[in-house]
Design a protein around this ligand. Structure first.
Ligand code: FES
Length: 368
């Protein structure tokens, strides 16, 4: 019996061509590194989410995972300062007659420190209580210098109606108030690199999209999105938000885990120019794809048409429109009624409550 098990990886000079080279011995993946200090050999699999360390880069003596940038000493396998307890296997490595040899029997043990899970990672369980409505306003404006937004005004009206007449709980998130990074394409590295919670959310404590994730995934029954029409599309803030929802849809694909269940979406779309149906088509397609249900007639919209450049009159016409405010109320009633259909109300039996009956009656009157 021998306590070594040396394997020939190939010509040593081949491993000098790059600071880090990925190689394997059968199923064993290795990251071989080279500096003027010599060779290092460690596991090619990151302890975080299985990232390919052999495709990483060197930062001094540390090997950086290409997925979320965890670092390990390229020779000892230990974690970077402060995270030494996260260690990957390291192997004895030597050069002999121009060949690079690794002793796989010399492997040290993989060690993973206990990391407290991100709060968003908890199981998705609807807490008992009345229907909950989340309004998301996606319009942008100068901070500290608010202007009248037709889409946001109708959203606020719908939320007030829900509170006063339907017995719901509600909150509004104005995306412009949040500092959040655009999606940085972790999915483009690998499907597995796009994690739930979002990789950015886990790595950047200053990123504030966690508030949207918390409300959307863990809290809301109804999500009402309000958007202006910008060059025929929803607002840029809206797109910046939904790109970050890839991590929600990706859980279905890679983990068979459906984060959004029994949730209803509804939309308010307003603009000085047309293209209402294109914006609505996108909203319905996207929210359908991530798991939302919709009430009958799932959006209201307003536009005075392509040639209406007199925007101040657009604002006035929305402010003066009883139809639009009633439309916002009826949309909210249909959405809450649809949410009730999807919820188990054995605890609160909200359908027998005043608000629930009203939501149902209004929805029936309005085609829901
Ligand atoms: S840092 Fe390596 S998989 Fe996340």
């Amino acid at each position: 019996m021998t306590d070594t098990d040396w394997h020939d990886l190939g010509a040593a000079d081949d491993f000098r061509r790059a600071p880090v080279t990925e190689t394997s011995i059968g199923p064993l993946r290795l990251a071989i590194s080279w500096t003027t200090e010599g060779f290092g050999a460690v596991s090619g699999v990151c302890s975080h989410a299985g990232g390919p360390l052999g495709e990483g880069r060197l930062d001094g003596e540390y090997l950086v995972c290409p997925w979320h940038h965890w670092k390990y000493h390229r020779v000892t396998g230990g974690g970077e300062p402060g995270y030494e307890a996260d260690a990957i296997p390291r192997y004895d490595v030597r050069e002999s007659d121009g060949r690079l040899l690794v002793d796989i029997a010399s492997a040290t043990k993989r060690r993973k420190a206990k990391h407290a899970p991100h709060p968003l990672a908890r199981p998705v369980e609807r807490a008992p209580g009345p229907p909950r409505v989340l309004g998301i306003s996606t319009t942008n404006m100068e901070r500290g210098h608010s202007r009248y937004s037709t889409s946001e005004a109708l959203l606020e009206h719908a939320l007030n109606f829900a509170s006063q007449s339907l017995g719901t709980e509600q909150q509004i998130i104005r995306l412009r108030d949040l500092d959040f990074r655009a999606c940085e394409g972790f999915y483009s590295k690998s499907a597995q690199a796009c994690t739930w919670p979002c990789s950015i959310t886990q790595m950047d404590p200053h990123d504030q999209l966690d508030r949207v994730y918390e409300a959307l995934v863990h809290w809301a029954d109804v999500v009402m999105i309000a958007t202006p029409i910008r060059w025929g599309n929803a607002s840029s803030l809206y797109y910046r938000m939904i790109e970050r929802f890839n991590c929600i849809q990706n859980q279905v694909t890679i983990a068979n885990r459906v984060l959004l269940k029994n949730k209803v979406g509804a939309f308010i779309i307003t603009g000085g120019q047309d293209n209402v149906q294109q914006v609505a088509g996108h909203l319905l397609g996207f929210f359908g794809e991530i798991g939302f249900h919709f009430p009958q007639f799932p959006y209201i919209a307003h536009s005075r048409g392509w040639s209406a450049e007199d925007m101040e009159n657009n604002v006035r016409s929305v402010q003066a429109s009883t139809d639009l405010r009633e439309g916002a109320e009826q949309l909210m009633a249909r959405a809450v009624d649809a949410a009730l259909l999807h919820l188990d109300y054995s605890d609160a039996d909200h359908l027998r409550s005043r608000g629930g009956r009203k939501a149902h009656r209004l929805a029936q009157e309005n085609g829901g």
